[in-house]
Design a protein around this ligand. Structure first.
Ligand code: AMP
Ligand code: GLY
Length: 416
């Protein structure tokens, strides 16, 4: 079949890499893609927030099947648009994507279906939010309800920070724009976080390997939050017993509460009282995907294709195959301001060390590979043990050079 993949990050490069291995894939095309993806298939320009534009490409290029990487087109209703034209696509409907698109919606949903999560209250009025904070001292978490590219959650360790956060969102400044005009204030949960990925077909599901992300920019979880600086899978934090609890207490009640086709990404806090939901996402995680897909034994394209048609039961469940880790190399200054167009070298050398090099923020200019984003590359290692996987990933990282390159040196340490 001819597959159209939407997206342009490391996650999509990882998906493209996995799909190309499938015997079902005759041709892969991508929009907008990136220089790494372009080595696997032809890339086309597209405005990812436009469901109509994406559907036009699928029609024009006669794609048999479309896979959506990022949340923006899903929340904008790309799946509904494809269904209107009778075209096959893998992802949740606009309504189901609200689980990510609106925290107010997802919190209400969890309350209704008795899914464990932090206690919360929703606000649109600044004074009411301030009054609430007076009765609920820090630590507390303030979140913009809408999409905010991973930056809408403020974990407040002091009352002052909390007041500041609600003022920024609900006050004159409205720093998160429309996304922050509804605010969720919730209880602070203590524990370790894990990323759970359920591939869903509308009724049934298969779980991919549980992963752990590293959100802070510096070693030992210091510094500001980023999109994710590295990940590994499977994460031993989610042992068999915890996985069973997550299935019974979270995944199954969620899928009973909403008709969901596509990837359901559940951020779980493993607390001393059991698993609690931090958030839902309607897509795969970035950079978790870069590790998770490396340990998936089956045919990823077959899995997504069957899930899109409500036939996931035809796919056999499998245990993860070894361990994988991804280390993100970022531009100097990220997640703040950073410089672009810095030349990159050493990719071939990294590949010779056994690492898979996935592009996240790169471009080709005058035949030269350059940086073009905060997170630039994801270097993936695989092994029979987590230590081996990390060794391969870090030897790949050491072979690559660009001025100002920054990476964490402690990815996967918690899992060792
Ligand atoms: P979110 O945008 O909801 O994924 O939140 C981003 C990050 O903030 C999460 O990955 C957690 O590390 C942290 N966080 C969010 N909500 C809570 C909470 N209720 N308690 C503790 N940490 C949280
Ligand atoms: N790595 C976290 C996310 O994709 O939201």
């Amino acid at each position: 079949m001819k597959v159209l993949l939407i997206g342009s990050g490391g996650r999509e490069h990882a998906i493209a890499h996995a799909i190309k291995k499938s015997p079902l894939c005759d041709e892969l095309i991508c929009a907008p893609g990136n220089p790494g993806i372009a080595t696997l298939g032809k890339c086309f320009g597209v405005e990812v927030s436009s469901p109509e534009e994406i559907a036009d490409i699928a029609k024009r290029e006669k794609a048999d099947f479309t896979i959506i990487g990022p949340e923006i087109p899903l929340v904008a209703g790309v799946v509904d648009e494809f269904k209107k034209h009778g075209m096959l696509i893998f992802g949740p409907s606009k309504e189901a994507a609200q689980l990510e698109g609106s925290k107010a919606f997802s919190k209400e949903f969890m309350k209704k279906h008795n899914i464990p999560t932090a206690a919360y209250e929703t606000f649109t009025d600044l004074q009411k939010a301030k009054d609430y904070l007076k009765e609920h001292p820090a630590p507390i978490v303030v979140k913009a309800s809408g999409l905010a590219a991973g930056k809408g959650a403020v974990v407040c360790m002091s009352d002052k920070e909390a007041l500041n956060a609600v003022e920024e969102m609900l006050g004159e400044k409205a720093v998160f724009g429309e996304s922050g005009k509804t605010v969720v204030i919730e209880e602070f949960m203590e524990g370790e976080e894990a990323s759970i990925f359920a591939v869903c077909d509308g009724k049934d599901y298969i779980l991919l390997a549980p992963a752990q992300d590293h959100k802070r920019i510096f070693d030992d979880d210091k510094g500001p939050n980023t999109g994710g600086m590295g990940a590994y899978a499977p994460a031993p934090l989610v042992n068999k017993e915890m996985l069973e609890r997550i299935k019974k207490e979270v995944v199954e009640p969620t899928l009973q509460g909403i008709e969901y086709t596509g990837i359901l990404f559940i951020g779980i806090m493993v607390t001393k009282n059991g698993p609690k939901v931090v958030e839902y996402n309607c897509r795969l995680g970035d950079p978790e995907t870069q590790a998770v897909l490396e340990v998936y034994k089956g045919d990823l394209l077959d899995l997504f294709y069957k899930a899109a048609q409500g036939k996931i039961k035809e796919v056999a469940e499998s245990e993860p195959n070894g361990y994988a880790a991804v280390v993100v190399m970022a531009s100097e200054g990220y997640p703040g301001k950073y410089k672009g167009a810095v030349p990159i070298s050493g990719i071939k050398e990294a590949q010779e060390k056994g690492a898979v090099v996935l592009h996240a923020g790169t471009k080709i200019k005058f035949g030269e590979l350059q940086t073009a984003g905060g997170r630039v590359l994801g270097i993936v290692g695989k092994g029979d043990t987590l230590a081996q996987a990390l060794d391969v990933a870090y030897s790949g990282v050491k072979a690559i050079h660009f001025d100002g390159a920054h990476y964490r040196t402690d990815i996967g340490k918690k899992g060792l």
